[in-house]
Unconditional design. Structure first.
Lengths: 158, 65
């Protein structure tokens, strides 16, 4: 849904804020980007549109999934629950590409605005690993304590 | 009703926030995808549903989401 929101298309009723909004603004009002000339801003925006064009296939899959399963429950999705896997294929690598692309766009446009945007991440983004480690350790120790104890070998039996 | 028009800083901040949350959700989905089976066995329903925000839904353990 985050990827869908970033590249959503406007409808008759709503004009969402998306990457397209940013790029359209750069073309129509380059003077808002105060750290570059108008030509530089427009050229950067054109390069960013090419990044979006390169993501056309996964974005189409995301849009279809958004409309038919994530934001709305489409009748077809109810009747054929597994169909989206074939009609709108999407992999984790596709999603990674989309976020990398949008991050690149935000960074390259910000060069002409604040110039402060670096890598866009949460500093604690790997903290889920701690939860997984604790859960795995707990499961292992529970399994160990549930299994019957083996008698210790004595000196005579050896 | 007049259409609301956010200014550039608000647009940038809004989009950056979406990328930040999206990347974190995706990273968690990928992490769960390759998690130790012992961890999954503790709460398979919870771990199965946790990454649903990234759109992975029920087939989170497969490469295709």
């Amino acid at each position: 849904m985050y990827a869908a929101k970033l590249c959503d298309k406007p409808t008759k009723k709503k004009t969402p804020v998306t990457i397209r909004t940013l790029l359209n603004l750069a073309k129509k009002q380059p003077m808002l980007f105060t750290k570059g000339s108008h030509a530089e801003v427009i050229e950067a925006a054109n390069k960013c549109w090419k990044i979006i064009s390169g993501l056309k296939v996964p974005l189409a899959s995301i849009e279809k999934r958004r409309h038919e399963s994530l934001a709305h429950l489409d009748a077809n999705s109810v009747m054929n629950p597994g169909q989206l896997k074939h009609t709108a294929p999407l992999t984790l690598a596709d999603l990674e590409k989309i976020f990398e692309g949008t991050e690149e766009i935000l960074r390259s446009m910000d060069r002409f605005f604040t110039g402060l945007v670096g890598e866009i991440i949460f500093l604690e983004q790997d903290d889920y690993r701690a939860v997984l480690r604790i859960a795995a350790d707990a499961k292992r120790s529970a399994t160990r304590s549930a299994s019957p104890k083996q008698p210790r070998p004595t000196a005579e039996s050896e | 009703m007049a259409e609301l028009k956010p200014h550039l800083l608000q647009i940038m901040n809004g989009l950056i926030e979406e990328v930040r949350f999206g990347k974190a959700a995706l990273r968690i989905a990928i992490g769960l995808n390759y998690a130790d089976p012992d961890a999954w066995a503790v709460a398979p329903l919870f771990f199965g549903l946790a990454p649903s925000k990234s759109g992975s839904r029920t087939d989170v353990r497969s490469e295709v989401v």
